[in-house]
Design a protein around this ligand. Structure first.
Ligand code: THG
Length: 264
């Protein structure tokens, strides 16, 4: 599993406050903790600031990279914010995200190319957010075809079926799972990721629902997720599921974690 740590997101009250107060140590500490717990990418999002997003995202990129070596997932629909963030990003970044919306696709594609970036591609187009698995797969197919035709290596593409809360519609869970199965069955090199915690929005005991859904989704072929890596039980389920799905040859990662006491 490719883990994208979600915690440095300005929609979270503490992060919003820390950005406003330029509390660099607080944010750097959360970046380091997510890496220690196994994050492969650190998501950074300043989207709660309408007018200052460009400036604040650049600041996040700079201060987070002072303390960690992992690449960042630059979480913004705004091409100007992405441009500035990319200028200051060291190593190979991830752009979060592109969509099949004409204007957004055309604005973000050149950035993906210029930086040879990985890119999260959301399953939505100018007709909006699809609901059924069939509609999502149609958009996923369009994204794969267009990105491939435009020269993006498919192993750099992370399709995101877009998770919506099951508290709104009980079918949203099965629809996402069926979308993941459908993409997996195509057998392309694309990765599949998702913002896991959207699934549980509006319900009690959200961590439990996130944990269960991650296991279900991994069973269908999800190989990346935007999650809270500080949720130890969630990270243990990732390791257990990897060995059960034979994605951890000889269980070597699992055994190593067990010996280190990380599964207790
Ligand atoms: N797909 C992609 N990117 C995404 C999402 C997605 N980025 C943003 C989001 N969705 C995933 N990241 C987070 C980060 C933090 C939280 C949720 C998702 C979070 N939310 C608390 C809540 O919802 O209750 C906020 C509470 C608070 O602190 O105010 O912590 O789907 N590609």
């Amino acid at each position: 599993m490719i883990i994208i740590g979600e915690l440095i997101n300005s929609t979270r009250k503490e992060i919003k406050k820390a950005i406003e107060e330029k509390d660099k140590e607080y944010i750097q500490d959360i970046a380091q903790k997510q890496v220690e717990k196994g994050a492969d990418f650190i998501d950074v999002n300043a989207g709660a600031f309408v007018h200052e997003e460009v400036e604040y995202l650049e600041w996040l990129v700079k201060i987070v990279q002072e303390v960690i070596d992992k690449p960042l997932a630059l979480d913004s629909p705004n091409p100007e914010a992405l441009k500035k963030a990319l200028e200051f990003h060291e190593g190979t970044p991830m752009i979060n995200s592109i969509t099949a919306e004409k204007e957004r696709y055309q604005q973000i594609l050149p950035l993906v190319k210029e930086y040879n970036a990985r890119v999260i591609a959301l399953c939505m187009d100018d007709e909006g957010m699809p609901e059924t698995a069939e509609e999502r797969l149609k958009v996923a197919d369009k994204l794969i075809n267009n990105l491939d035709k435009d020269g993006i290596p498919l192993e750099n593409v992370f399709l995101d079926p877009l998770i919506k809360p099951i508290s709104v519609n009980g079918e949203f869970g099965p629809q996402v799972l069926d979308t993941i199965s459908g993409i997996t069955e195509w057998g392309t090199d694309v990765h599949i990721t998702c913002g896991l915690s959207n699934i549980s929005y509006g319900l009690p005991k959200r961590a439990l629902l996130n944990q269960a859904f991650l296991v279900l989704a991994m069973g269908r072929g999800l190989d990346s997720a935007i999650i809270d890596p500080l949720d130890d039980y969630l990270m243990k389920l990732v390791k257990a599921s990897e060995v059960l799905l034979n994605l951890d040859p000889f269980g070597s990662k699992y055994l190593k974690a067990a010996r280190a006491g990380e599964l207790d």
